[in-house]
Ligand binder design. Structure first.
Ligand code: GTP
Ligand code: SPV
Ligand code: MN
Length: 593
């Protein structure tokens, strides 16, 4: 391939001299090359061809047992000054990080091929898109990138001779967890990832580029890169209003983005358009509104719990051309997972570790052995989603009417509340918290603060990030209204109070009404909540007392929360925006009031 870009050619030569692949292969984005790579990976066992009659174009992959989720403790922001990475990121000086990782990369591709993957985050050639080039020795990575991003020769054409692309280097090396490093060099527009083969660590366009590097660029360039879904709610009159929502990993973004209106509301004529399920790039337009694009082209979604009741659109989306990672492999080469559509994969199935498996198996301590890893994932093309928005390819994206923040909170946070101003909304986002899920290593269930669901993904000092949010609202003439939701509040017995999933549209409907200046609300110390009759409950049989519990605001609990938020702000260092300190004090006064 003739490539008219000196920066690109020189960099590839340099990286090849480090990794010493036997061969360099340019990925052109063609079906023919993809098919050949699938065949090659099947031949080596890297992937397994699934039952092509039942699952056309689908493949199966198992990652290394110790390589099943993102690794925050091995993820670093490598800026020259430590203070630029801030207190919530791991930091290494760039020289030290390059030198150490070079030892892991050195010669790691001997006997292997280096694939050159030119990709665009956002429509190819759009002024708001960013180009990256990933060098990887993994066909699994190539096949995933072909789904998750726009890949191929037209990306190189769009780049031309420009040096303005993110240099992404990945090698599986020995998959050694101790030598695993996910390194970001925002000042060099460079990402190095080594010793992992798991999604978020190796599909470098996703969390590494589209969030960590992009958030750094976004602050400099005056836009925002956020861990948000984007969805359009088509009103009965045909007008579509868009919502962007930030929930931490495995807290319901994919599900909300694909929601199906419940029967009771469908008769009103609502229709949902899925625009994105994980990442939103947002900028201010001349109309004074914030507009968002989804820079991705596919879904990398949590599999367990996906079924025809919880998420029928996802079930439809993953019927073909999908890569399944770490689920159960059935004897007839179909796939199975917990809380899916069937009770059992049948005789002769193997679990995500490749061991013979059947439902109900217990380990020596009597604990249930799961067949699919809780963070098992599907990779599927965006356009296969029945509710896929046609605006995905539109470089302008969509105008955002409301931001929604949320997390998993057993108690405290009501089903929904509305911030009283932009700065109050930024305070709500900044103080978000959630129980830890299987999407990251660490103690599951532990509540941790996760501002804007960006704690693991902000590529610079988090206090500067919070100030950037304050500033964006100041610049926007018509900023979105801000809400906080909690689908996960539980009763005394530990059951979810709210049915969730499609029923969440009832809550969105109220939020959009409020954004239009309609909808009934009462003011509480934490913000506006719906009046008892404000949510349309047609067709949903929910006890009045349950609704009361869902919307309850307990002042004593919230006072304790303000102390915890203060501690968190203190931990972020001296330059947490004064606006947020003011909001905290104002909340305290209202709770005392
Ligand atoms: P990442 O891809 O990791 O960023 O996560 P995500 O936010 O897209 O998470 P996803 O939509 O895949 O949700 C994962 C988990 O949340 C699954 O176990 C779902 O069953 C559960 N979930 C999603 N929506 C709801 C809801 O409304 N109520 C309840 N109770 N659970 C939900
Ligand atoms: C997340 O963990 O938030 C994900 C999955 O969306 S990963 O791409 O692995 O980060
Ligand atoms: Mn995510």
């Amino acid at each position: 391939m003739i490539v008219n870009n000196d920066t690109l050619r020189n960099w590839i030569e340099e990286m090849a001299a480090l990794c010493l692949p036997d061969e360099i292969v340019w990925i052109d984005g063609s079906d023919a090359q993809r098919d050949a790579l699938r065949a090659e990976a099947c031949a080596t066992g890297e992937i397994i061809e699934l039952n092509q009659e039942k699952l056309p174009g689908c493949y199966y992959h198992r990652t290394h047992p110790l390589d099943v989720a993102r690794v925050e403790d091995k993820t670093f922001i490598c800026t020259r000054r430590e203070s630029d990475a801030g207190p919530t990121n791991n930091w290494k000086p760039p020289e030290e990080a390059y030198t150490e990782a070079a030892n892991f990369f050195r010669g790691s591709m001997r006997g292997r091929k280096m694939y050159v993957i030119p990709f665009s985050m956002g429509p190819v050639g759009s002024p708001f898109s960013k180009i990256g080039v990933e060098l990887s020795d993994s066909i699994y990575v190539v096949l995933n990138m072909l789904i998750m991003t726009r890949v191929g020769t037209d990306v190189l054409n769009a780049l031309g001779p420009s040096p303005d692309f993110t240099k992404c280097l990945h090698a599986k090396a020995k998959l050694d967890p101790e030598k695993r490093r996910i390194l970001h060099f925002p000042e060099d527009n460079t990402i190095w990832s080594v010793n992992s083969g798991y999604g978020g660590n190796v599909l470098l366009g996703k969390k590494c580029l589209a969030l960590r590097i992009a958030s750094y660029l976004a602050r400099q360039e005056g836009w925002m890169a956020e861990h948000m879904l984007i969805l359009g709610v088509e009103q009965p009159n045909g007008h579509v209003e868009y919502v962007a929502a930030a929930f931490p990993s495995a807290c319901g973004k994919t599900n909300l983005a694909m929601l199906i209106p419940p029967e009771g509301l469908r008769s009103k004529g609502y229709r949902i358009w899925t625009m994105g399920d994980d990442i939103a790039w947002i900028r201010l337009d001349t109309d004074g509104r914030l507009w968002a694009i989804n820079p991705e082209a596919g879904f990398f979604g949590v599999v367990p719990g996906t079924n025809s009741r919880s998420n029928p659109s996802a079930i439809e989306t993953i019927k073909k051309n999908t890569i399944y990672t770490n689920v159960v492999l059935a004897k007839d080469r179909t796939v199975w997972w917990e809380e899916g559509d069937t009770d059992s994969p049948g005789e002769g199935a193997t679990d995500w570790l490749g061991r013979p498996w059947h439902p109900g198996m217990k380990d020596e301590k009597g604990k249930e052995i799961l067949g699919a890893h809780p963070n098992s994932r599907f990779t599927a093309p965006f356009r296969q989603c029945p509710s896929a928005s046609f605006r995905l390819e539109h470089h302008h994206g969509v105008p955002i009417a409301a931001f929604i923040f949320g997390g998993r909170r057993n108690t405290l946070a009501p089903l929904i509340y509305e911030a009283t101003s932009w700065n109050h909304g930024v305070f709500v986002g900044a103080s978000m918290a959630s129980e830890r899920t299987a999407a990251q290593y660490g103690k599951q269930g532990e509540v941790r603060r996760d501002p804007f669901a960006m704690l693991p993904f902000c590529g610079y000092h988090v206090a500067d990030y919070l100030k950037h949010w304050i500033n964006m609202g100041r610049r926007a003439k018509r900023p979105p209204k801000i809400f906080h939701v909690n689908w996960f509040r539980r009763d005394k017995d530990g059951n979810f109070l709210w049915p969730g999933y499609g029923e969440n549209l009832r809550v969105l409907e109220w939020a959009l009404m409020r954004a239009r200046g309609e909808g009934k609300a009462v003011e509480t110390p934490i913000g506006f909540i719906p009046t008892p009759d404000a949510l349309d409950m047609t067709g949903l049989d929910l006890n009045e007392s349950v609704m009361e519990e869902l919307l309850a605001v307990d002042n004593a609990e919230w006072k304790a929360e303000t102390d915890s938020i203060e501690k968190f702000f203190d931990s972020l260092g001296p330059h947490v925006p004064w606006e947020l300190r003011n909001e905290l004090e104002a909340l305290r006064r209202r709770l005392d009031g």
